[in-house]
Design a protein around this ligand. Structure first.
Ligand code: GCB
Length: 583
């Protein structure tokens, strides 16, 4: 049964919450740092996973010894959601295991099913409730859940989560990546109550004239009703093999960055009800153009990490943090964001939709992962599906991206081909891409040549002329050779500067250098035929252990247009002006 629940958690990763009875389990959780995995290994043993008793709060060490060497009640607490690295100096560089515990009270209602939902835990975890192991999950950025109807008790409950953020060569991402490996329960945790028969998922598609709904039920059958009052849609339909489907002709106001119109919608199935807001738009390519609602659109974007801009340090912890980032991007004049390099939070996607941003969402197949390993592929595919299933009903999301800057090898091609096919099978309504890179070292005649372009809808590539390659003035002489016939997105360009570090434009890490780099790059890139969008690297300076340069980087990648406090570097105004002129 437990195995079955685990499998279910992969298949239906996220339970729609809107309008549902939920108990937030966010707050202060007691924690114990366990670098030796004492909570897992028995005396003289190297077990692979915690045994059941280790989830019992007070009997952690009672295997052979009488000693009780831990006590959650006396242990310090961490905020959930939140990474551990920025909450305790002791944990700043920590990679390893931490045990979390949360006590909570529940008054169980008859006829209800209960699910425990985690929006993200980095990187792997094992979850136990009242000393029962519910299951495990790998992948640090996507949601998962467990049904706890049987295990949940009336009154006090004890939830224990073992979290481990150790990097691994066959994991996704792998050992080597350029961002902070924030550990912990980084996104919301909730207990969700649903009736016996409930809506486990739903999807809609809009082709410009007609909307199609599929509503998936679990636990039995019920009459399904979908209502969009403003469009006078009210349909009741029967369920066949767990799915209720219907179509309706509609003439909605279109969702767009200029007019991010959302409609209220309610879905009921017997006693279950969801209240949601959705937008109607179409997205496709035609030759070298991207068409939004049938009209060419230029993606005025910026790439962004899921890291807060001063409200909280570290990973964004909720709506307040993501709003602060989105407001900076709005001021920059963006209509598009590349959410790099892994799925961001659901709050980010929902707020971006409300505020009118088109989104590129991606999974962390970053640099050189273990392309030959079937397990690695399974992990990548799981993360892709969990991301798509969470956000498939968001009008803002237009691109699924399967990888970033990956080497040109046959194994990588086979791996990414499978992922691209999977993305299309799961969601045929959006564009699929990958951020690729040039494959000839010639500074002045760079060539983008990659078999993957045959499979993607866009030619998206990262390039660093003026930073890793040559100096900004070299841009004047560069002649790009880029495949024709598909829209081109420059998914990264940029350089580093420390906010407030002024000097000559020939000195790296000065604001003047970065300003010149932006001017020269924008001139150079504008000449590329089929250019349909930009997402420069990146919105905000972000923490990375690969960036130790004292006095300049101090553990921050300095390629942000604003620093970690949101202070704007001179290059910000250059891009802002460029986007303003494109209007
Ligand atoms: C890249 C990577 C990005 C890095 C950036 C850099 O090409 O895609 O993750 O942070 O370069 O700053 O070097």
């Amino acid at each position: 049964m437990k195995r079955l629940l685990l499998v279910l958690s992969f298949i239906f990763a996220l339970l729609p919450l809107a309008g549902r009875e939920t108990l937030s389990l966010n707050g202060r959780w007691n924690y114990i740092v366990d670098p030796m995995d004492t909570g897992i290994y028995k005396y003289q043993m190297q077990l692979q996973r915690p045994s059941k008793r280790y989830f019992a709060d007070r009997h952690f060490y009672q295997d052979k010894s009488k000693l009780i060497e831990y006590d959650f009640d006396k242990a310090p607490a961490l905020a959930v959601p939140g990474d551990w690295n920025t909450q305790s100096e002791r944990l700043y560089y920590y990679e390893g295991s931490v045990w979390y515990r949360r006590l909570f009270h529940v008054h169980k209602l008859p006829g209800q099913r209960y699910f425990l939902q985690f929006d993200a835990v980095n990187y792997k975890c094992m979850v136990g409730l009242n000393n029962e192991i519910l299951g495990e999950h790998k992948g640090g950025f996507t949601p998962f859940r467990f049904e706890v109807t049987e295990v949940l008790k009336e009154g006090e409950n004890s939830l224990v989560v073992w979290v481990n953020n150790t990097r691994g060569v066959s994991e996704v991402p792998t050992l080597n990546f350029d961002w902070w490996n924030y550990g912990g329960i980084t996104r919301d945790v909730s207990l969700v109550a649903v009736p016996e028969v409930y809506i486990k998922d739903w999807r809609y598609r809009f082709d410009g004239k007609e909307v199609t709904f599929d509503v998936f039920l679990d636990g039995g059958s019920a009459e399904v009703q979908v209502e969009i009052p403003e469009l006078r849609v009210k349909k009741t339909c029967a369920v066949k093999e767990g799915v209720a489907s219907f179509k309706a002709k509609i003439r909605p106001e279109r969702w767009s960055p200029e007019h991010p119109r959302l409609y209220d919608i309610s879905i009921t199935a017997g006693a279950d009800r969801l209240d949601e807001r959705i937008g109607f738009r179409t997205i496709q390519t035609a030759g070298e153009q991207i068409l939004l609602n049938g009209k060419p659109v230029f993606l005025k974007g910026v790439a962004v990490h899921d890291e807060s801009i001063g409200v909280n340090p570290g990973r964004c912890r909720g709506e307040e943090d993501v709003r602060a980032l989105l407001e900076v991007a709005k001021d920059l004049g963006c209509n598009f964001l590349r959410l790099a390099h892994y799925p961001h939070s659901e709050q980010m996607v929902r707020l971006a939709e409300e505020m009118g941003f088109l989104l590129w969402e991606e999974i962390p197949c970053y640099w050189n992962i273990d392309w030959k390993s079937e397990e690695t592929y399974a992990l990548a595919e799981q993360q892709l599906l969990e991301m798509i299933r969470r956000d498939a009903n968001r009008a803002a999301t237009i691109i699924w991206s399967v990888a970033n800057e990956t080497p040109h090898t046959p194994e990588r091609f086979a791996f990414l081909k499978k992922l691209i096919e999977k993305a299309r099978a799961e969601d045929p309504t959006r564009l699929v891409s990958a951020a690729i890179q040039k494959n000839k070292p010639d500074l002045y005649h760079p060539v983008i040549e990659d078999d993957l372009v045959e499979l993607t809808d866009l030619v998206s590539f990262n390039q660093y002329v003026g930073w890793y390659d040559g100096v900004p003035a070299d841009c004047d002489a560069v002649q790009w050779s880029v495949p024709r016939g598909k829209p081109v997105i420059i998914s990264e360009f940029g350089g580093g500067a420390l906010y407030g570090n002024h000097g000559s434009a020939s000195e790296m890490f000065t604001e003047e250098y970065l300003e010149l780099l932006y001017r020269k790059n924008l001139e150079m890139l504008s000449k590329i035929p089929g250019l349909s969008g930009l997402s420069p690297w990146c919105l905000k300076d972000f923490r990375s252990p690969k960036r130790p340069l004292t006095g300049i980087q101090d553990d921050f990648n300095r390629k942000g247009l604003v620093d970690e406090q949101g202070r704007r570097k001179m290059a910000f105004a250059v891009l802002q002006e460029y986007y303003r002129r494109l209007r």
